[in-house]
Design a protein around this ligand. Structure first.
Ligand code: NAD
Length: 444
């Protein structure tokens, strides 16, 4: 099948590459000429495990190409995936300008039947806006061409995106006509040979399903974070509690890890957008979800609070080693990352920071290039030299089993603030290090 993917970010590039991998002819379009140039020269603008190799293989096979030529891209695919960004607007609602612009381009250039698929996370009712934008452009041209509308939200996780796309738990298809549905069944058949994973529903339900999924996951995290803060005060250990409740099959172990707040390009903006949709469209306050967001904002300042409780409010003259910049392991994405709240708080209080991350340093340089009090190192251990304490923000595998004796010897004061509960408190304390995890007994 001929497939056009509009937007070559985390979702578009992974989707386009995986669709090429199973034999489709894929053309990926982006308005960012630098991104397309990188891709055409064999580079990959984002870090995603396994992606570079898969892109190379499919480009070499002639099944995957990249362009900035909008007209060519629209004419190419019978199937047009919209995978552009939907960042938060100032009021928290999803900014649909990129989705609508991409839809208009389709209306302006299409010359035969198309299926237009919203893969971006978009509020309920967006498919109607996309359809209207295309119809308006067709009317301006004085032509009447048929097209199908599909909502096909994406559930991939950065860091495991290829596996998630190739072996999805479910493929949600919101669709209202048989012709478009038949095309979607054909397109997704290679990803569900084992059993049918397609969940066909109306478009609005599909749009809401994506927000419901992220809102539920964010709720579990905020719930655990609040209980962790309580456990700390009561002298209980949240890790024991986590295992104690996770064993219940009605609850399960997934997404119960307490930490220093959720971040990334999805949960924060999707929670806000759903709150806004509920308020604007229905006058409804989603009270559980408002609390989820508030709890998360609070949780992002737990690490700075603990650091100040130990070292004082004025941190000038202090240096902190920071392990982890990405919002989670196996990605270079720093959108809404808790590391950013921490960096801002430490810099505000006068501190210096020496940070390590296995892949996100380039992204951090792009964000903080001019900041003289923030440096980066190539190895985790060199970040510790002359630092007053180590602060862990991202649970990269490379941080999980460090040499505690070497950490104690490198730090000026042997203190670890662990925002991800990576270590056994006994092992850290036996090494003579003061340990401040989340929701577990704190150093005296
Ligand atoms: N990142 C994730 O893990 C994830 C997971 C599921 C769903 N989503 C959703 O998927 C969507 C895309 O997310 P992302 O993280 O891939 O975004 P991204 O910011 O990484 O990529 C979006 C890309 O779209 C391009 N673009 C913008 N307007 C365009 C246009 N008119 N024509 C062509 N290209 C255009 C941008 O230049 C950019 O490269 C969002 O709605 C997001 O919420 C993201």
């Amino acid at each position: 099948m001929k497939v056009t993917v509009v937007g070559t970010g985390y979702v578009g590039l992974v989707s386009g590459t995986c669709l090429a991998e199973v034999g489709n002819d894929v053309l990926c379009l982006d308005v960012d000429a630098a991104k397309i140039r990188t891709l055409e020269q064999g580079g990959v603008p984002i870090f995603e495990p396994g992606l570079e190799e898969m892109i190379r293989r499919n480009v070499a096979a002639g099944r995957l190409r990249f362009t900035t030529d909008v007209e060519q891209a629209v004419r190419f695919g019978t199937v047009q995936f919209l995978a552009v960004g939907t960042p938060p607007d100032e009021d928290g609602s999803a900014d649909l300008q990129y989705v609508v612009a991409a839809a208009r381009a389709i209306g302006r250039h299409m010359d035969d039947y198309k299926v237009v698929i919203d893969k971006s996370t978009v509020p309920v009712g967006t498919a109607d806006k996309v359809r209207a934008a295309i119809c308006e452009e067709l009317a301006t041209r004085g032509v009447d061409l048929p097209f199908g509308m599909v909502s096909n939200p994406e559930f991939l996780k950065e860091g495991a995106a290829i596996d998630d796309f190739m072996r999805p738990d479910r493929i949600v298809i919101g669709v209202e006509d048989e012709r478009a549905l038949a095309l979607m069944r054909t397109l997704y058949a290679p990803f569900q040979r084992n059993h049918d994973r397609l969940q066909v529903m109306d478009i609005k339900s599909a749009e809401l399903t994506k927000y419901a999924a992220n809102a539920m996951l964010a709720t579990r995290i905020s719930f655990m974070n609040e209980l962790a803060n309580l456990a700390e005060v009561l002298g209980a250990d949240i890790e024991m509690v986590r295992k104690g409740i996770g064993a219940d099959p009605r609850i399960g172990y997934h997404f119960l890890y307490p930490g220093c707040g959720y971040g990334g390009s999805c949960f924060p903006k999707d929670v806000q957008a759903l709150l806004k949709t509920a308020k604007d469209a229905a006058g409804i306050d989603l009270r559980v979800l408002s609390a989820v967001e508030e709890a998360n904002e609070n949780q992002k300042s737990v690490l700075p609070r603990k650091i100040k409780a130990r070292f004082g409010d004025d941190l000038s003259g202090r240096t902190f080693a920071l392990w982890g910049l990405a919002f989670k392991p196996d990605t270079d994405d720093m959108r809404e990352a808790p590391s950013r709240t921490l960096i801002a708080a430490l810099l505000d209080a006068g501190a210096r920071i020496v940070a390590h991350d296995p892949v996100a340093i380039d992204e951090a340089r792009r964000l903080y290039g001019d900041e003289p009090r923030l440096r980066f190192t190539d190895t985790p251990m060199t970040a510790l030299e002359q630092a007053d304490a180590l602060v862990i923000v991202t649970e990269w595998k490379a941080y999980r089993s460090p040499d505690f004796a070497a950490i104690r010897n490198s730090l000026r004061t042997p203190v670890i603030f662990d925002g991800r509960n990576l270590f056994s408190p006994e092992a850290v304390r036996e090494a003579g290090i003061d340990y401040y995890p989340i929701g577990r007994p704190q150093a005296a």
